[in-house]
Design a binder for this molecule. Structure first.
Ligand code: PMP
Ligand code: GLN
Length: 383
């Protein structure tokens, strides 16, 4: 393995999922749902295969999907894109993220991440030979909030890009419009590109709303927005994502993407297009159910003695393990599958300041109620 990838030799998701399998534990580590997406969407994919849509689709993605993405963003956010030059279909959001960094950041330039950060950001920055600076979120009561002064302090003349993720994995924080406006102001003032990872854009609870960064003043022309069908339609295995933004930026993303995968899987594209057009009610219902699951897991963890940070979005909440007499989240997560039959993920692995975060464990609640109930009863044995 080359030296720049050595720190990323194996992901925490691979390690914890392997432990969960070995001990037959309930996997609340890796974030994936255990029920299928909308039936009509699955049927369109089946039909696409039967109809012979099994060869390379166009490089930027099938027109039907690019148009559906554009229509969806116009309808929900009032943002308009040219489907031919401002939308790129990718192999999940993961590829869009790597391709955006590889296609838009020069070696040696700096990329600012908000910590804890989704693990692929740091790896993408390393692959590009760029330099990362991580700005920790700060505790504000039960919420993890943006540290605007910290963000300002991390920007140097060599900074090229900010990576923002709202709703935020792993804290669940949904950034407020005021927080995002502060990001926008800094990005405009220092003329930075912004990679806005909005894969959880629909998974927002408690009456909060998701603000797309590209809709804020001065942001369209500097923002690459990334999203995916994975979390919106319960198809994490389809690896169908997209990047949207101004043509010059999407061209950079496309230049890298074409040599990573060339194209994304064909039969899934008309199916996701269909879902974007016809299954918004399904998404709302799923989101409402997810909020109930969040509440169920949060109250059970509190009952078992954990401190809980349940943000307003995503698949995840954070449990503070200090009340259980340990602050070593990595060690805790390595023994949890064997000792109680549940897997989680230590938050410190998503950070550059592990000692600040080691007492926190991320649990996913995107599971059937009976599975969550069993997980909760197992976790209760810890208390
Ligand atoms: N960004 C974030 C914040 C994620 O949590 C994930 C994983 N679900 C991804 C990107 C990757 O998405 P995909 O599975 O579409 O590649
Ligand atoms: N995004 C999901 C998570 O955060 C899955 C990540 C993965 O398996 N690479 O759990």
């Amino acid at each position: 393995t080359v030296s720049r990838l050595q720190p990323f030799a194996s992901t925490i998701f691979a390690e914890m999922t392997a432990l969960a399998t070995e001990h037959d534990a309930i996997n609340l580590g890796q974030g994936f749902p255990d029920t299928d997406g909308p039936v009509s969407m699955l049927e369109v994919a089946r039909q696409a295969i039967a109809d012979g849509l099994n060869q390379y689709p166009p490089g930027p993605g099938m027109p039907v999907l690019r148009q559906a993405i554009v229509a969806d963003r116009a309808a929900r956010y009032g943002i308009s894109h040219d489907p031919n030059s401002e939308v790129l279909v990718t192999v999940g959001a993961t590829e869009a993220i790597s391709a955006a960094v590889l296609g838009l950041v020069e070696p040696g330039e700096e990329v600012v991440l908000i910590e804890p950060y989704y693990d692929s950001y740091a790896a993408a920055v390393a692959l590009a030979g760029a330099v990362r600076r991580a700005v920790p979120l700060v505790r504000d009561g039960e919420r993890y909030a943006l540290d605007v002064d910290g963000l300002r302090a991390a920007i140097t003349p060599n900074t090229k890009m900010l990576v923002v993720n709202s709703p935020h994995n792993p804290t669940g924080t949904v950034f407020t419009e005021a927080e995002l406006l502060a990001v926008a102001e800094l990005a405009c003032e220092h003329d930075l590109l912004v990679l806005s990872d909005e894969v959880y854009e629909h998974l927002v609870f408690d009456g909060l709303t998701h603000t797309p960064l590209a809709a804020l003043p001065g942001m369209y022309e500097r923002t690459v927005t990334v999203s995916s069908a994975a979390k919106t339609f319960n198809v994490t295995g389809w690896k169908t994502g997209w990047a949207c933004g101004p043509a010059e930026l999407i061209d950079g993303v496309r230049s890298a993407k074409q040599f990573m995968s060339f194209v994304a899987g064909g039969p899934f594209q008309p199916a996701v297009a269909h879902a974007l057009e016809h299954e918004q009610r399904w998404v709302q219902q799923m989101r409402n159910e997810l909020q109930g699951k969040r509440d169920l897991l949060a109250s059970a963890l509190r009952g078992a003695g954990f401190g809980v940070y349940s943000g307003g979005g995503t698949y995840f909440l954070l449990a503070d393990i200090s009340a259980l007499g340990t602050r070593d989240g990595i060690e805790f997560c390595r023994r949890l599958p064997r000792e109680v039959g549940v897997a989680g993920v230590p938050v410190s692995v998503f950070t550059d300041h592990p000692q600040q975060w080691n007492h926190l464990v991320r649990f996913a609640f995107c599971k059937r109620d009976e599975v969550l109930a069993e997980a909760v009863s197992r976790l209760g044995r810890l208390g």
